[in-house]
Design a protein around this ligand. Structure first.
Ligand SMILES: [Zn+2]
Length: 58
């Protein structure tokens, strides 16, 4: 397992999620505002890209 770090698009909080080493996608919930985000591994392995899911936000 490894730690994926991502920044909430809604409140700006930094979150950390444990993901399998080989994973390129994950899903996690912001600890602060509980918005669910789809995470995508970026070129830099530690900081993942996040976009909100479950609500219609462009
Ligand atoms: Zn948040």
């Amino acid at each position: 397992m490894m730690t994926a770090e991502w920044v909430c698009t809604r409140c700006g909080s930094t979150n950390r999620a444990l993901v399998p080493d080989a994973a390129t996608r994950a899903e996690d919930e912001c600890v602060t505002c509980h918005t669910r985000h789809a995470l995508e591994r970026d070129a830099r392995p530690v900081r993942w890209r996040a976009r909100p899911v479950g609500k219609k936000v462009a």
